[in-house]
Design a protein around this ligand. Structure first.
Ligand code: IMP
Ligand code: MG
Length: 421
């Protein structure tokens, strides 16, 4: 498994945390390359549920965990997350944080909320964790980085350079300006606590790859939330696709050996934006309850729909998959027939390539193909436990993605992951 990217093939929440945790038993290093505290990765260990936001899902297996340069780091929230893990007996000493990662500062969530609530604006339905404003500042060259946080003088000097501009922006949303003294102390305290973890993580990861170690790159969010290739503008502000790893970590594209796409047996989305074939009524309620489809970060009920093969084909192409893991197969259990979307009808035209325009996506009507349903056994423990109709469903996924299904799960626990030959 030398260098494996784990990428979400849908709108996030595909179960990447569970798959990462499972594979991390053989990994030396688990690396987060993008996103931030908007992510919610759930790992269930013997019934105990852990929700991770910034710490990589390898932390339960003793792997070296890395928060790389492409992440936007909420330092104060990270300290709280680390404290909570330590309290539950988890060892967090092997966490490394990039000195080049940009910080989510207290004004970023405020601006995130200000933009979402602005009169006449376009609501994205963000997690309000400040992710978009922090990435915007990075691109506008107004960011504050981890190296500023842990510099001898602390972040004060860099804050002084950017706060004039940020305060004008805050006031334009009717928000209170930031007093640098008020935030510098809290930040400096977080900086002191994180200092032992801060390093040049590109060196760390490249050294591990040079030494032939197994490295997992844990994606957050999903392909259709990518700022370039997702359902823009209803996206997150980073690159959750496989290609984002190289920029977000500082490794060359030639170093990646495998790209494992993670998907659910159906589709879910949290937040606003187009969702061709979104279900409502009893079908939606059934999936939402069976799949416990409520956001890990925000608690919002997730929107749900049948599996969309138009999306999967697109995701397979832009991520260059070498394998697929299919989660939540238990949720569809007990249906006589299971539909999948094979094409869209947009204003009378049949479309098989995922369109760019939001208006097209809002108008897309799914064309369904009906496959045989299955009755999941109490537990799917070995490949032999996979019912024949479930196997045919997986075959259909392989045909759409052109990649083999290498793992399935019909349950939420780490022990529910089954590797297929
Ligand atoms: P932001 O990342 O908070 O800016 O939110 C932008 C969009 O991405 C919203 O629709 C969020 O609901 C969605 N989003 C962000 N992070 C996640 C995630 O980890 N899982 C699922 N959706 C997410
Ligand atoms: Mg999640």
């Amino acid at each position: 498994m030398p260098a494996t990217v784990i990428v979400g093939l849908q709108f996030g929440d595909e179960g990447k945390g569970k798959i990462t945790d499972y594979l991390a038993s053989q990994a030396d290093m688990v690396v987060r390359s993008q996103g931030g505290a908007n992510a919610g990765h759930t790992v269930v260990i013997d019934g105990d549920r852990f929700s991770l936001h910034q710490v990589p899902s390898g932390v339960f297996r003793g792997a070296q965990c890395v928060i790389a340069n492409g992440v936007v780091l909420d330092a104060i929230a990270l300290v709280q997350e680390l404290d909570a893990l330590v309290e539950r007996g988890v060892d967090v000493t092997r966490l490394a944080v990039s000195d080049r990662a940009h910080l989510v500062l207290p004004y970023h969530p405020a601006l995130d909320g200000g933009m979402e609530d602005a009169e006449g604006g376009r609501k994205i339905g963000t997690t309000r964790r400040g992710i978009g404003p922090a990435y915007a500042d990075k691109m506008a060259r107004l960011g504050v980085r981890v190296c500023d946080l842990v510099s001898p003088g602390g972040p004060r000097r860099r804050l002084a350079e950017v706060l004039g501009s940020k305060n004008r922006e805050l006031q334009s949303y009717g928000l209170a300006p930031i007093d640098p003294d008020a935030i510098a102390d809290a930040l400096a305290a977080a900086g002191e606590r994180l200092r032992p973890h801060v390093t040049d993580t590109s060196c760390l990861v490249n050294d591990a790859l040079d030494a032939g170690r197994n490295v997992l790159f844990e994606g957050a969010q999903g392909t259709f939330l990518d700022v370039d290739l997702g359902t823009y503008p209803y996206v997150t502000s980073s690159h959750p696709i496989a290609g984002g790893v190289t920029v977000g970590v500082g490794v060359g594209p030639t170093r990646i050996d495998r790209v494992l796409g993670v998907m659910k047996a159906y589709t879910s989305r949290v937040g606003e934006g187009p969702f061709p074939g979104e279900l409502s009524g009893s079908d939606a309620d059934r999936i939402r309850e069976a799949g416990q489809e409520y956001g890990t970060t925000t608690g919002r009920p997730r929107r749900v729909g049948w599996l969309d093969l138009v999306m999967l084909r697109y995701a397979a192409r832009i991520n260059g998959l070498t394998g697929v893991a299919v989660n939540a197969l238990d949720v569809l259990s007990g249906m006589a027939k299971v539909p999948v979307t094979v094409a869209y009808r947009i204003r009378g035209e049949r479309v098989t390539d995922f369109p760019a325009a939001t208006e097209d996506l809002f108008e897309a009507e799914p064309e369904l193909e009906w496959l045989d349903g299955w009755e999941a056994p109490e537990r799917v423990r070995t490949p032999a436990d996979v019912p024949a109709a479930m196997r045919r469903y997986l075959d259909r996924i392989e045909r759409a993605t052109g990649a083999p299904v290498v793992a399935v799960a019909a349950g939420r626990d780490r022990s529910d992951v089954v590797e297929l030959p």
